[in-house]
Design a binder for this molecule. Structure first.
Ligand SMILES: NC(=O)c1ccc[n+]([C@@H]2O[C@H](COP(=O)([O-])OP(=O)(O)OC[C@H]3O[C@@H](n4cnc5c(N)ncnc54)[C@H](O)[C@@H]3O)[C@@H](O)[C@H]2O)c1
Length: 338
């Protein structure tokens, strides 16, 4: 009979052959980016799918050739005994499911944010550690080909001293995610917070912020100046009361500046030149598919590779605690009057 100890040892041993996945969620992100990415991978077996809405589960299973369909994820896990589980569902519903999956000693991939706040993220990280499994949060901007290629290029020129991440949207009031279950900064603008941490590196030393509710009842505008132990200064500009949607990054070292808007274009400027050296998102990704250009394929590939090798992913949920803690510090370190 398998003891808890032998089960744990099994879950840690490297996987040869296909990685067997059980998938929870047949919604927008699942259909739009994650399952298209996984279905391109020859070493992945999308063995079973569960959704509370049977029609969605059936339609998604048919689209991706997933043989088994469930409406009860526990039953699916009992029967399929997967190597890893995807749970792609709203942040205020994820915690209970994630804890159950981790305590059953399955590796886990969840969407961002990893819980509604730093406390929940920390608890998930503890469960993952105790059970000896890999748990990764999907902060796909860490895996965007054009961003990583520009980062490498700037770092080859000199140490990055300044990073700016800009994420603006037009989102008329009332703006609240999931009926107010979670705030804008923790739920969605957190992408920019995580990207800032990723590009700056090191630990957060200090934060000075502006948090405002612009023509809204709840905060929808967040600006921050963040210093990092790496020596990099980070500038965060997130605002949901703007005229359109833009996600862009800037990285600077002495003599070189890089700019990227991952779904549009990128460029390098060198030594005062006014002529940009263009970077093309599709060229960098070697594909025009959205899920390749915007980092979704890369993050899914990285997760599968980590499950196979037993290595911790870049955006493992112990690391993302620091992202959620930076969200807290942005709320708590508002400059008087800002
Ligand atoms: N990375 C990004 O850029 C990005 C963009 C949008 C959303 N998201 C995140 O992705 C996650 C999912 O978002 P979405 O837009 O795909 O949501 P969605 O509402 O379209 O899909 C979620 C699905 O999960 C199912 N579900 C919920 N609880 C379940 C349970 N207990 N068992 C089985 N099925 C269950 C629902 O029926 C639904 O079909 C959220 O955490 C969100 O924050 C990320």
């Amino acid at each position: 009979m398998a003891t808890a100890r032998t089960r744990r040892r099994k879950s840690r041993s490297p996987i040869r052959g296909k990685v067997r996945l059980a998938l929870i969620g047949a919604g927008g992100m699942a259909n739009g980016v994650h399952y298209p990415s996984l279905s391109e991978m020859a070493d992945v077996d999308m063995a079973a799918l569960c959704d509370l809405v049977p029609d969605k589960a059936q339609a998604t299973a048919k689209r991706f050739g997933i043989p088994k369909v469930y409406s009860d994820y526990r039953k699916m896990l009992d029967e399929v005994r997967p190597h890893a589980v995807y749970a792609l569902m709203p942040p205020h519903h994820i915690h209970d499911v994630a804890v159950e999956v981790l305590n059953r000693k399955h590796h886990l991939f969840i969407e961002k944010p990893p819980g509604v706040n730093a406390y929940q993220n920390r608890q998930l990280a503890l469960h993952a550690k105790r059970n000896g499994v890999i748990a990764m949060a999907a902060f796909q901007r860490r895996y965007v080909p054009i961003i990583n290629q520009l980062k490498k290029r700037v770092e080859a020129h000199g140490p990055i001293h300044t990073v700016e991440v800009n994420f603006i949207k037009f989102a008329p009031d009332p703006v609240n995610y999931y009926g107010g279950a979670i705030d804008i900064l923790s739920c969605d603008a957190v992408h920019a917070v995580d990207t800032l941490r990723y590009l700056c590196g090191g630990d957060v030393l200090s934060v000075a912020s502006s948090v405002r509710a612009l023509d809204a009842d709840s905060p929808n505008s967040f600006y921050a100046l963040v210093t990092f132990s790496s020596g990099v200064t980070g500038i965060l500009k997130t605002n949901w009361a703007c005229g359109h949607r833009v996600f862009s990054v800037e990285m600077h070292t002495t003599g070189m500046s890089a700019y990227a808007e991952p779904d549009v274009s990128g460029a390098i400027y060198k030594d005062g030149s006014t002529e940009p050296e263009p970077y093309d998102p599709a060229g960098c990704a070697k594909s025009d598919a959205t899920w390749h250009k915007l980092g979704f394929f890369g993050e899914n590939r990285h997760f599968i590779d980590c499950v196979k090798s037993g290595k911790q992913p870049c955006s493992n949920i112990e690391d993302t605690v620091a992202t959620m803690e930076l969200v807290d510090r942005i709320y708590h370190n508002v400059i008087p009057g800002a």
